[in-house]
Design a protein around this ligand. Structure first.
Ligand code: BGC
Length: 734
């Protein structure tokens, strides 16, 4: 349709038909079957029947057969033949599941992220999905919050870069093209900062931190072309985001020039009443609509109240309604739905693309780049399976609740339930006699009330007497992660800790593979681990990817996207914190009047950017160049006998400024592959924008001293302090 046709269509619609466009419901709510689980209330959720025929969009229909039926039936009823938009949570893959986003963050690879989203789009488009509620751009600093798994981590620069890649991966250049879907960036804004890590809790941030730390990733996704924005559940400066005019009008529409529809989160319009900013449903509808929420998800308040509000002096106008509806019609048009209402939905195509061999092979390769090797005392890689001689070599022990478990996909993988277990992966490489697997019992979840495995007996431990090395696949139940998965304790369950301790006490080399959707408190087990591999939840190909790493077919290259605390009491602990008036640079000592803990280091156990490899990389020749432009470089050498991938990281500290600035901030990263013995010089441009920060809504560069650092993680860097002023960038601007 062209613009004039869209305008004609809009003007032919009555108010009820327009309001129905602003409503998103689960198919059940308007008379169709649907089998996907919901994350919020739907009890008795019904809209007056007159709206059913014109409803605008559908939540969570996940297969072509249902979608084709619902769309065709809908088009028979809708007086204007306006197709439904089908939206769903495609978070880290649809049928082929990729690592959870927090793990994808550890790849430090925009290319990997883009590829996972391209495949997710391809697979979900075949099932009739038009819009994914992804990327989740919420920056996270508190691993108690269950949804850290959906984030790319604690760093604004990495988060922004990977959110932009996600959008490119889903959308390509043109969302009307086959295999493309539209991206809805969420949850706007700052949902990732709930106090105490407790789900749906208060968010309280200074405006500067909101601007410099939390907003950049949403902005990057929008600049990359994201077609929709979802407002969040939380408050921002004491006003719920879903009724927050400053956020949705001034920042999103005025400053960022966002043109697409804004959708509420699941019943977040209705929750304005619980927040106490709306007296009733009518006021909730008025507040969120006036703030700029175009579509309400899973609540009927627009349909039930906006028509009356438009007739009174509520300040809401027919023009506002038309603007909101037009945004939705334009999106449907951009997707090509008026011409092809079912777009790519096709049962035959589903069978061809879902979990295809090609998609799985990419998933395996990417998953291996997301696991992070945190400790290795000469245990890994394990003996090569091709050289394993049954009868002479000792078998490798394998136990732990995740050893043979297929539940390794991680939350938000509704399209699939099972992946390759570690045992399966190992058996794909080793002869059966090479692996001595013992079932330690299943790990329950907190919601089931049995969040542990049975206590291992001495007989169980003795069952590994023939092994020198035992792999323990430990972690947290994936049902205790994700939305509604906040936890106050982050240690492994007591019996899992005991399993690791007892095996070590029995003189085994213990290799712990940790399955978790957040940084756990692993200090208590660290000394009992000879090697520790943070596996996260790696998706469909988990077991094969982990085996590739364990046997050295792939050299570990993941780097932490989120700091690991020593203990919950340190949280939030993140690398880019502010300096205090009494900084503490060393652990211990007798000076108590420093910003420190008496009983714990200030630094995390494992810092942002940390990760080991089977190679060793050295950093030399750090150099700052001021020629046509400003840049910093370093020479990285692989001084080991194994080829490997290193992630070279640029950090900058703005040493003096009128406001306090972080001790350092990531401003660039590059993954480089180096053959054994090879060197490469890696350069990073340093632009004015990289050195700027927000004062109110303005991005400012202030001349002065900057400390430039390049290194292998946020703590181990080479650095130099230089003066930078406007003249440094004069040539850049020419
Ligand atoms: C979540 C969103 C999700 C929506 C739809 C909500 O509970 O917060 O992230 O997109 O449900 O499933």
């Amino acid at each position: 349709m062209n613009a004039a046709q869209l305008t004609n269509l809009l003007s032919s619609m009555n108010t009820e038909e327009k309001l129905a466009q602003l409503t998103q419901l689960n198919p059940v709510c308007f008379g169709f079957p649907c089998f996907t689980p919901l994350t919020g209330p739907d009890s008795g959720l019904r809209i007056p029947e007159k709206y059913n025929a014109s409803i605008g969009s559908v939540l969570n229909c996940d297969n072509a057969k249902d979608m084709l039926y619902i769309q065709k039936e809908h088009l028979k009823q809708d007086p204007h033949k306006i197709p439904l938009l089908f939206m769903a949570d495609i978070i880290h893959g649809f049928k082929t599941i990729f690592p959870i986003p927090l793990a994808l963050g550890c790849s430090f690879s925009p290319e990997h992220v883009e590829e996972t989203c391209r495949i997710a789009a391809l697979e979900s488009a075949a099932s009739g999905i038009h819009v994914t509620f992804s990327p989740m751009a919420d920056l996270v600093r508190d691993p108690r919050w269950g949804r850290v798994m959906e984030s790319f981590g604690e760093d604004p620069h990495l988060n922004a870069s990977l959110c932009a890649s996600s959008v490119r991966g889903y959308q390509g250049d043109d969302i009307s093209m086959p295999d493309r879907i539209a991206a809805c960036v969420k949850h706007f804004a700052a949902y990732g900062a709930p106090e105490g890590g407790r789900e749906y809790n208060t968010v309280d941030l200074s405006y500067g931190i909101l601007q410099d730390t939390y907003l950049p990733a949403y902005r990057a996704a929008i600049d990359a072309g994201a077609k929709l924005v979802m407002s969040s559940f939380n408050i921002v400066d004491r006003v719920p985001a879903t009724g927050n005019k400053h956020l949705l009008q001034n920042i999103l529409r005025m400053n960022w020039q966002f043109k697409g529809p804004v959708i509420s989160d699941f019943n977040s319009v209705g929750e304005l009443i619980n927040h106490g900013v709306a007296r009733d449903e009518k006021e909730a509808a008025a507040l969120s609509f006036a703030a700029g929420v175009d579509i309400e998800m899973m609540s009927p308040h627009y349909c039930n109240h906006l028509a009356k509000l438009l007739e009174t002096d509520s300040g809401l106008t027919e023009d506002m309604l038309d603007t909101a509806v037009m945004r939705i019609l334009e999106l449907k048009n951009e997707l090509g739905l008026f011409e092809h209402p079912c777009k790519d939905a096709d049962c035959t195509r589903e069978a061809q693309v879902h979990l295809s061999a090609g998609n799985r092979s990419i998933a395996r390769h990417i998953a291996a780049d997301c696991a992070v090797l945190l400790k290795n005392e000469n245990v890994l890689p394990l003996p090569n399976p091709t050289q394993y001689c049954p009868g002479t070599a000792k078998p490798i022990g394998l136990t732990g609740p995740f050893a043979a478990s297929p539940y390794v996909l991680g939350g938000w993988s509704a399209g699939s339930t099972e992946g390759i277990s570690l045992y399966e992966g190992l058996c794909n490489q080793y002869p059966a006699s090479g692996i001595c697997y013992k079932d330690c019992g299943a790990l329950g979840s907190w919601l089931e009330g049995t969040p542990d495995i049975p206590l291992p007996t001495q007989d169980f431990i003795d069952a590994f007497n023939d092994c020198d090395t035992v792999i323990v696949a430990a972690g947290e139940n994936q049902n205790d992660t994700g939305e509604g998965g906040s936890k106050a304790f982050l240690r492994l369950s007591p019996h899992q800790e005991s399993l690791i301790q007892q095996l070590k006490a029995n003189k085994k080399q213990v290799v712990v593979i940790l399955f978790s959707a957040r940084p756990l408190e692993i200090a208590p087990i660290l000394s009992d681990c000879d090697a520790l591999l943070q596996a996260w939840f790696l998706g469909t190909e988990s077991g094969n990817a982990l085996t590739d790493l364990l046997i050295g077919a792939v050299n570990p290259s993941g780097r932490l996207s989120m700091s690991f605390p020593y203990t919950v009491g340190q949280i939030p602990v993140y690398y880019n914190h502010f300096q205090t008036g009494r900084p503490c640079t060393q652990q211990g000592g007798s000076n108590r009047y420093l910003s420190r803990y008496l009983d714990c280091p200030v630094q995390p156990l494992f810092c942002f950017g940390y990760g080991l490899s089977y190679s060793e990389f050295s950093y030399t020749d750090f150099y700052i160049r001021r020629e046509d432009s400003l840049s910093a470089s370093v020479t990285v050498t692989n001084c080991s006998h194994s080829a490997g991938t290193e992630t070279v990281q640029l950090y900058i500290q703005d040493i003096h400024a009128p406001i306090v600035r972080p001790v350092k901030e990531l401003k660039g990263f590059q993954r480089i592959f180096l053959e054994a013995g090879a060197s490469q010089t890696v350069s990073f441009p340093i632009t004015r924008e990289l050195l700027s920060y927000h004062r109110t809504d303005t991005l400012l560069f202030e001349p002065g001293a900057f400390n430039i650092q390049i290194g292998k993680n946020s703590e181990e860097t080479l650095s130099e302090t230089i003066m930078i002023d406007e003249s440094t960038f004069a040539k850049e601007q020419l």
